[in-house]
Write a protein that binds this ligand. Sequence first.
Ligand code: CP3
Length: 342
Amino acid sequence: MSQKPILRALSGERLPVPPVWMMRQAGRYLPEYRATRAQAGDFLSLCYTPDLAAEVTLQPIRRYAFDAAILFADILLVPQALGADLWFVTGEGPRLSTISDAAGVAALKPVDAIHEVLNPVYETVRILARELPPEVTLIGFAGAPWTVATYMIAGRGTPDQGPAHAMKAADRAAFSALIERITDATIEYLSAQIQAGAEVVKLFDSWAGSLKGQDFDDFALAPAKRIIAAIKGRHPGIPVIAFPREAGPRYAGFARATGADCVALDNSVSAEWAAAEVQKDGCVQGNLDPSLLVTGGAALEAETRRIVQAFSNGPHIFNLGHGITPEADPENVTRMLAAIRG
Ligand code: CP3
């Protein structure tokens, strides 16, 4: 049995001190990240330069001794590998060429063409597998098909995912074909990350909360289930973390329905509710409000301790409810860790 704390928690073990890492732990709140990003020139060059992507992945491990490192990349590299144009506007976020109909889906590249673009990411994983301290777990990741589709359809982040909902309503078959294409690409992408040395993979469904009823079943649950079954079929023993952000009551049963080993919780659900309704099925990850790492103080320590306590009767990986923000104070991360590790 593995001794790495993250893998122990993912296999269902309750640990006296929960292992911890943070979403976006390699990011702009760290001066060393900003320096390496400046050296790379821009965000996408950083993602596609293996030495620099590995360097920023390692920075938060050196500074905080987190229990996991997450590959530095972005969920939007998959659309780019499928043929979308992708660029980042500083201070605003991602921009992509858009898709609105069946012809747009048909014009995408075949799934087996993705590795041509994504090979540098696999090289980053190989470097990390060599360089990480032995007790640290390496997490690979991809966006879940619905979330990736929302960006491919709108060409940018959207507050309500309106364009994706509109395409789903106008032509459900074309929309489903897009979801299927992304699902197939995601299986190949995650599988290649695992072959390169990723020990766990995580599926980010950041916009899962805007899918309701049957749409949640068809476009959040079903693709996650298909991806997880394929990964587990090809790579037995590799744990999968699913993050259906803002799924609310649909967090309950999500692990059972998809086969995920762990469900990551945003901070809109209470830890006490999730301990009763979600953790009964296995490991949970989360769910500190990232704004507390900006404001700090007694509230940060009290909330950190409350979450640790609420999940203390079962397997738990401490994390945030969403990514750490650029305004966060690196000293507050140290305070959070002290409250967890004592
Ligand atoms: O967690 C990590 O440290 C690993 C790396 C990682 C990044 N993005 C790096 C990044 C991961 C796992 C992601 C996932 C991602 N990317 C998601 C899903 C998780 C979530 O946040 O909901 C989404 C929706 C994206 C798409 C994306 N990438 C957006 C909307 C933005 C702009 C927003 C912003 O924070 O500026 C990005 C850029 C991005 N991805 C940054 C980082 C560190 C900031 C870019 C920079 O350095 O300028």
